[in-house]
Design a protein around this ligand. Structure first.
Ligand SMILES: *Cc1c(COP(=O)(O)O)cnc(C)c1O
Length: 226
């Protein structure tokens, strides 16, 4: 049952918060619903989920129209500039900003629609060729390039850690993300917040919680295999 799975994940989040002395209210569980049909999302909604993560623009827009409007939609997948216009006024947050061109496009469309879009900068924390995101060394210079863009507000960082057998292997990456956010706060860049660290998925969210995640993105652990 979806509601049981959500409860299990919420309980695990609490347990791992306790272990490191964190308040579990600092953490939001994002229900990653990509590829799943609307009735399953409705079931998660009925069980209390309000934050949903999708990785494709078209799918997010379709589901947006069919589900309650108090859902906060998170675009967590790679975003092409030509699709930005379809979602700027629908998403709660875009987790995958990683180029100046994309940031400029979001800014342009946000201004046009008179909204402010919350964004996260995606970091390729494992330096993997297969992944999007900036190398961590590039993040501070990038923030200084985009922080003055109108209609866009940086709320924090996002990372997809490498696939691993043992989630402990990813602990160091989560620690590096936390450290990077601390370094950014020290830079005191105007218009840049570091309230959000979006990291941890089904296989490793417990470790991410222990290391400072404020959003965890869980799909398989709630809906089963895709
Ligand atoms: C699919 C996806 C997730 C969820 O992955 P699970 O392993 O199913 O929990 C999280 N984040 C991103 C960016 C994803 O694309």
């Amino acid at each position: 049952m979806i509601s049981d799975n959500i409860a299990k994940v919420e309980n695990a989040i609490q347990e791992h918060c306790m272990k490191v002395g964190r308040d579990s209210r600092e953490i939001t569980l994002i229900t990653v619903s990509k590829t799943k049909p609307v009735p399953m999302l409705q079931e998660a909604y009925d069980a209390g989920s309000r934050d949903f993560g999708e990785n494709r623009v078209q799918e997010l827009v379709d589901k947006y129209d069919k589900l309650p409007d108090d859902i906060r939609w998170h675009l967590i997948g790679h975003l092409q500039t030509n699709k930005v216009k379809y979602i700027v006024d629908k998403v709660y947050m875009i987790h995958s900003v990683e180029s100046l061109r994309l940031a400029q496009e979001i800014s342009k469309e946000a201004v046009k629609k008179k909204v402010t879009v919350k964004v996260l900068v995606e970091v390729n924390i494992g330096n993997e060729d297969s992944k999007f995101g900036l190398p961590k060394e590039a993040v501070i210079p990038f923030l200084k390039e985009i922080n003055e863009l109108p209609g866009i507000h940086v709320e924090g960082l996002m990372a997809i850690a490498p696939i691993c057998e043992n989630p402990e292997e990813n602990r160091m990456y989560f620690q590096q993300m936390k450290q990077l956010s601390v370094d950014i706060i020290r830079e005191n860049i105007d218009n840049v917040n570091m309230n959000v660290l979006s990291m941890g998925m089904t296989g490793d969210y417990q470790i991410a919680v222990e290391e400072g995640a404020t959003y965890v993105r869980v799909g398989t652990g709630i809906f089963g295999e895709r």
